[in-house]
Design a binder for this molecule. Structure first.
Ligand code: NCD
Length: 497
């Protein structure tokens, strides 16, 4: 595929598509966008701009991009859309499709909606492209694309610089997306300055070899770029204590004349905008300083969104798979007669192996995983008392023996999602097979619950189930594939531990 059909998150694009196709296409659109005269496009493809959260720049720049491309743009908000009457996302999508929509740009309060919509368009062969114009605290990929174009144009490079992030980094989707992109570049140093209660989600720290978290603006003094982030007050209760507490200390995080003086003389100060005028995270009296590029940055949204709409239109006929287990290999490591296999096992004096004539032995489970998988099998595969947990004397692994039971490929993939080294010894009709699951991503789907109440999997949408990627990264390795939040196993499968 040349480019992209759905733009859901930065991570899903991959470095090749992002930096070799999208960014050059965006840079190439700067000149046509500056001329600001609509191109000739007699088909008038239709895009729906659905925004259930406030927006000026993203919505208007999509509308301007559509105008310059000679597309029709239908603007919808929650007050005029049947989502307000509790219509499902799927039915809403079907209606947009019936009315000849080619691209849906959606900004949603819920997280993960755009992925769900994209999955549905593929499943029902709708030939519609989906763009995530910001989903809650999660991602804002088109903002990142215009941020990268701004950095490329103003700094002249996308590698080898130091960037400081200041503000509410916990809930800032623009920060999350931009960090995902910078993670794919070379020699990027990151410094984060934020109050303790709104620190960046912890898994980002491990993505950069040079990463620091600081509490004072002074630590930004050698940054080439400063990315200032608005306090995301709309994600808190109105008038919340947290916000009032922040207003007391806001001056510690404000980029103002004094702060400018201690930064590099040629620093570039970015902000996705809007600036909250009650906070003034960038003081209004420096907005016209040449180091503050926020207004120009916002304008880059027009050529970038023109390039993205055009690229998606060109790719509508392509099929995209969102199955994170898609490149999984179910590898048969052994396939021999059962008699031979049992003889070998006895020779190895594998005292805990239960020689079943018919059934499955799951071996090499992480210590402690046996009991969790036993619970999981009981709940999802209706496997009950026939499971025996082998009380291993070997502290390095757990093992499960399932008499008369054979697992589906999906169940084996889920087990490997929890415990990647697992092997499956299948004894059936006089044969012995040893199976190992090799997967680029360890996935657990349809089991467990995402604790994020803003996640689309928690929205009551008919047919949606949870899906987690085992990132094996840190103390919270299980990433919800929809909303991007990270959890421990005990959080997503509380009955298992
Ligand atoms: C950002 C957003 O909506 O996440 N704004 C934007 O798209 N230009 C940043 C913000 O609202 O703080």
């Amino acid at each position: 595929m040349n480019g992209v059909k759905h733009l859901i998150s930065i991570k899903r694009l991959g470095a090749d598509v992002l930096f070799e196709q999208i960014i050059p296409a965006c840079l190439g659109m700067i000149e046509p966008a500056s001329i600001a005269i609509p191109t000739v496009n007699s088909n008038h493809p239709k895009t729906v701009l659905y925004f259930d959260e406030d927006s000026t720049r993203t919505r208007m720049s999509f509308a301007e991009a559509a105008r310059l491309l000679n597309w029709d743009a239908a603007q919808e908000t929650l007050t005029c859309n049947s989502r307000n009457k509790h219509e499902s996302w799927f039915d809403t999508l079907m209606m947009w499709h019936e009315f000849n929509t080619k691209v849906i740009c959606a900004r949603t309060h819920q997280e993960g909606v755009q992925l769900w919509l994209a999955e549905k368009t593929e499943q029902h062969k709708l030939n519609i492209g989906i763009i995530n114009a910001g989903d809650g605290r999660n991602q804002h990929p088109t903002q990142t694309i215009l941020d990268l174009v701004t950095i490329q144009k103003k700094l002249g490079r996308l590698d080898d610089f130091k960037i400081g992030f200041v503000g509410d980094l916990q809930k800032s989707r623009t920060t999350h997306s931009l960090l995902d992109a910078l993670h794919m570049r070379n020699k990027i140093s990151v410094v984060c300055v934020s109050p303790d209660n709104v620190k960046l989600p912890r898994h980002y720290a491990g993505m950069f070899s040079d990463f620091t978290e600081e509490s004072r603006l002074e630590s930004l003094s050698d940054c080439d770029v400063i990315y200032v982030v608005r306090w995301q007050a709309e994600r808190l209760e109105p008038n919340s204590q947290e916000f009032r507490a922040f207003l007391q200390v806001k001056q510690h995080y404000q980029i103002n004349k004094k702060a400018l003086n201690m930064l590099k003389p040629n620093v570039m100060i970015m902000h996705a905008l809007p600036i909250d005028q009650t906070v003034e995270e960038i003081a209004h009296d420096i907005m016209n300083d040449s180091r503050v590029v926020a207004y120009e940055q916002a304008w880059f949204g027009v050529p970038c969104r023109m390039a993205i709409l055009q690229m998606i239109l060109n790719n509508l006929q392509e099929y995209v798979s969102f199955n994170p287990a898609k490149n999984t290999i179910i590898q048969e490591e052994k396939n021999l007669s059962l008699t031979e296999a049992l003889k070998k096992t006895r020779n190895k004096q594998h005292e805990h192996f239960i020689p079943l004539e018919c059934g499955t032995v799951i071996d090499h489970l992480e210590p402690g995983a046996g009991i969790i998988i036993r619970m999981m099998l009981k709940r999802t595969a209706s496997v009950d008392n026939d499971i025996i947990i082998v009380e291993n004397k070997n502290p390095l692994k757990d093992m499960l023996a399932l008499k008369g039971i054979f697992l589906t490929e999906k169940t084996m993939i889920d087990i490997a999602g929890l415990s990647p080294r697992a092997t499956f010894n299948v004894m059936r009709e006089g044969r012995f097979k040893k199976i190992r699951i090799i997967q680029p991503k360890q996935v657990i789907s349809g089991i467990g619950t995402c604790l994020n109440t803003h996640c689309v999997t928690q929205s009551g949408e008919p047919g949606i189930t949870s899906r987690f990627i085992n990132t094996s990264q840190n103390s919270h390795p299980f990433e919800c594939d929809y909303c991007g939040q990270h959890f421990t196993l005990a959080e997503i499968l509380p009955i298992a531990v």
